[in-house]
Ligand binder design. Structure first.
Ligand SMILES: NC(=O)c1ccc[n+]([C@@H]2O[C@H](COP(=O)([O-])OP(=O)(O)OC[C@H]3O[C@@H](n4cnc5c(N)ncnc54)[C@H](OP(=O)(O)O)[C@@H]3O)[C@@H](O)[C@H]2O)c1
Length: 303
């Protein structure tokens, strides 16, 4: 079994590359393969890569994830989030290879009062959300066997993410305000990689059954919280490991913290379909946070 992972330097891609070895031979393609990634419409070079690697499973963890920057960098966002997955789907179709791709809660407008299901209407509020939705559609119109895993609020021990930003600010400042009216499910790159690997194992075991259930699935931690609540839990949990400067954490509304791109108010995704079809059940966000913080401090050099 040969697994080709795109984007091994990202939060999710790194966890995949580090943990997917049990699936078989792992080959990665990232920024150094610039001619392929930067010009996904250059079919020759992508075709050459697929011919060389002969993958059975392709996992695409490359994305343009700078949500605010995407508002003024539409072309690049669509190139990476739509054209590239579309070109990967074409190659996977030709070679009868499974494609696993990640998408986002940002395909929704956040107005629903309950968790979003896979069948709910999409309505992105941002260029990033629109480009990710276009990527979903580019894969869906191909005839390849695909899984699009929509996840949310991704963080981990490395990369640019909310956990690491809060810990830095918590060391630098005594007071901090965090948005309290956007609700979601923080999800670790570690848990996303584990769930993806479990899906691949089921595919290897029983390819035809798994292929029959191709489609879009929601994949996030269970439970939900606001950014403010998440920050509060981060500081409480980190206090068991280090003395932070932060004393005063206050809740504010999104209107008090304007951003270039609009974000959905309710980002919570219903993940029952994945649990029902593949028995993949994600941990509660708070348990995952504890574990992530434990891994993080374990990896840090002692003071
Ligand atoms: N982050 C979130 O909160 C979030 C939320 C919902 C869904 N998602 C989705 O989850 C998936 C994984 O996200 P993530 O947080 O792991 O993303 P990430 O940490 O931002 O990683 C993105 C990856 O894409 C690569 N990349 C970006 N621009 C590139 C370019 N021009 N050429 C080649 N490679 C390029 C990066 O390479 P470099 O390291 O070299 O830049 C990196 O490997 C994505 O599909 C994302 O849309 C993420």
């Amino acid at each position: 079994m040969r697994v080709l992972i795109f984007g091994p330097s990202g939060q999710v891609g790194h966890e995949l590359a580090a943990n997917a070895g049990k699936l078989g031979e792992i080959v990665t393609a990232g920024r150094s393969d610039a001619d392929i990634i930067m010009d996904p419409l250059n079919k020759d070079s992508l075709e050459q890569l697929f011919r060389d690697v002969q993958p059975n499973i392709v996992i695409n963890a490359i994305a343009y994830t700078a949500v605010d920057k995407a508002e003024s960098d539409q072309e690049q966002a669509f190139l990476l989030n739509s054209d590239l997955p579309g070109a990967l789907a074409d190659q996977c179709e030709i070679r009868d290879c499974l494609l696993i791709h990640y998408s986002t809660d940002f395909v929704f407008d956040g107005t629903k009062r309950k968790p979003w299901s896979e069948s709910d209407d999409t309505h992105p509020l941002s260029v990033y959300g629109s480009s990710k939705l276009a990527g979903e559609k580019a894969i869906e119109i191909s005839a390849c066997h695909y899984f699009i895993l929509r996840t949310s609020w991704v963080y981990g021990e490395r990369g640019g993410n909310f956990l690491l930003t809060m810990l830095r600010l918590g060391r630098e400042r005594e007071a901090l305000s965090v948005v309290n009216d956007q609700i979601g499910s923080p999800t670790t790159s570690h848990d996303i990689a584990n769930a993806t690997i479990s899906l691949c194992e089921q595919y290897i075991e029983n390819p035809e059954t798994v292929k029959a259930h191709k489609g879009i699935y929601h994949l996030t931690s269970s439970g939900s919280v606001s950014w403010y609540g998440f920050a509060k839990s981060i500081f409480e949990s980190a206090a068991n490991h280090e003395l932070l400067l932060i004393k005063d954490l206050s809740a504010i509304s999104s209107s008090e913290y304007p951003t270039v791109a609009s974000r959905p108010a309710n980002s919570v995704l219903n993940c029952e379909k994945l649990a029902r079809r593949f028995n993949i059940k994600m941990p509660n966000w708070k348990d995952s946070l504890e574990q992530c913080i434990r891994r993080l401090y374990k990896s840090l050099p002692p003071n």
